[in-house]
Design a protein around this ligand. Structure first.
Ligand SMILES: CC(=O)SCCNC(=O)CCNC(=O)[C@H](O)C(C)(C)COP(=O)(O)OP(=O)(O)OC[C@H]1O[C@@H](n2cnc3c(N)ncnc32)[C@H](O)[C@@H]1OP(=O)(O)O
Ligand SMILES: O=C([O-])CC(=O)C(=O)O
Length: 374
């Protein structure tokens, strides 16, 4: 058995730079974007307002919001060459790989020529990401070439419209909007840090975002919402949920959607999405997934003092809206793009290449032996 070094491992607890974008886990308020509590934002504003806040520094006024929505709506179309690439990606691909390729391909077709274009590139990606994932999904799974430009004002509703081929119910549009707000920004998490490391070499925005997508894909980070769905989908009832989790804990398996690198007692995003999941369960008239999720939450706290992170109740909420499980993490991408891009801009504004040191634990210096003596 190896002794796993926890103290200092994963850079935990060490400051790796400064940010004015968000605070995570500070006492008093669990999560703020540019000083605003995420709970207030999720209750009172739309995702486009949050995106504007994160990318441009302040909440927009009425005229600025109208102009911003108009701009984003005008950026939903995809170039023909990108559609052709998406059509060649098999249905069996993981949608996060599609996002990564789609982002990278767009960077070939519409490169960021210099940093003065950075805000426009971020807005272009905000407009294009739902189109990229839904164009591929609908082509590869349903054999249709969808029109990616809808007249929906909001990105969440637009995503559901593209996916299901019809305008979403108001409740679903609202939940998607809240979900995008909750996922928008989270300080120096793994994917954002990836984007900042890439930005620190003075690379282009598309490379930074493509790298971040790769980091978000893993089940220890954004991929946990899909893994949580796989966990709960076969749980018959609360008793089955408890028995399943006890077995997993006994076998020392990780339970996806629980725990956090920074929060110690709760993730403030959980209560919000949990509330919406409950509303959706009642609307759909099928409370099983919601109830087994609550049973998991209670058992994990009782047994391990582990709480649900943002991903756990997103699983049931997305499922209730008819979203296929493999599209869960790409939705996270459509939102977190705002945080990633703002961090890239912040890194660029006060840059030094990110290049930490390592403690060497390998063999002592030695002579290169001739090949016949090896
Ligand atoms: C939006 C997001 O990205 S939120 C995070 C999404 N990820 C997940 O839900 C995956 C499941 N959770 C985890 O793997 C972890 O809690 C992480 C990756 C989120 C944080 O990791 P760390 O900072 O190393 O966690 P922390 O120091 O609090 O916990 C250490 C120990 O607690 C236990 N632990 C933490 N989370 C869990 C869990 N979900 N299930 C079971 N045990 C856990 C483990 O014993 C872990 O030790 P190990 O790394 O040797 O297995
Ligand atoms: O902060 C983290 O480590 C992970 C997380 O919750 C997020 O990125 O939203």
């Amino acid at each position: 058995m190896t002794d796993k070094k926890l103290s200092g491992a994963g850079l935990r607890g060490q400051s790796a730079g400064e940010t004015a974008l968000s605070t995570v886990g500070k006492s008093g308020s669990g999560l703020t974007y540019r000083g605003y509590d995420v709970k207030d934002l999720a209750e009172h504003v739309s995702f486009e307002e949050v995106a504007y806040l994160i990318l441009y520094g302040e909440l927009p006024n009425v005229a600025q919001l109208a102009a911003y929505r108009k701009k984003l709506k005008g950026l939903r179309g995809l170039p023909q060459a990108l559609k052709e690439v998406l059509e060649r990606i098999p249905a069996s691909s993981h949608p996060m790989d599609v996002m990564r390729t789609g982002c990278s391909m767009l960077g070939n077709l519409e490169p960021e020529k210099d940093f003065s274009e950075q805000q426009d590139v971020a807005d272009r990606l905000l407009g294009a990401f739902p189109s990229i994932i839904c164009y591929w999904y609908r082509f590869s799974h349903d054999g249709v070439r969808i029109e990616t430009e809808t007249d929906d004002e909001q990105i969440g509703a637009h995503f559901l419209h593209l996916l299901h081929g019809k305008k979403p119910a108001p409740l679903h549009a609202r939940v998607m909007d809240v979900s995008l707000i909750l996922y928008a920004e989270h300080e120096f998490n793994a994917s954002t840090f990836t984007a900042r490391v890439c930005a620190s070499t003075l690379s282009d925005m598309f490379s930074c975002i493509t790298g971040a997508i790769g980091s978000l894909r893993g089940p220890l980070h954004g991929g946990a919402n899909e893994a949580a769905m796989e966990l709960i989908q076969n749980m018959r009832d609360e008793e089955d949920a408890r028995a399943t989790l006890l077995g997993k804990l006994e076998r020392k398996e990780k339970i996806m959607g629980f725990g956090h690198a920074i929060y110690r007692e709760s993730d403030p995003r959980n209560a919000i999405i949990k509330g919406w999941s409950e509303k959706l369960s009642k609307e759909v008239g099928d409370e099983r997934l919601y109830k087994v999720s609550v049973a998991c939450e209670e058992l994990m706290w009782q047994e391990k003092k582990l709480f649900c992170n943002a991903d756990f109740f997103h699983a049931s909420a997305y499922h209730y809206m008819g979203i296929p499980t493999k599209l869960f993490t790409p939705i996270f991408v459509c939102s977190r793009l705002t945080g990633w891009a703002a961090h890239v801009m912040e890194q660029r504004s006060n840059n030094r290449i990110i290049r930490p040191s390592a403690d060497y634990v390998g063999v002592a210096p030695r002579e290169v032996p001739p090949i016949e003596q090896r």
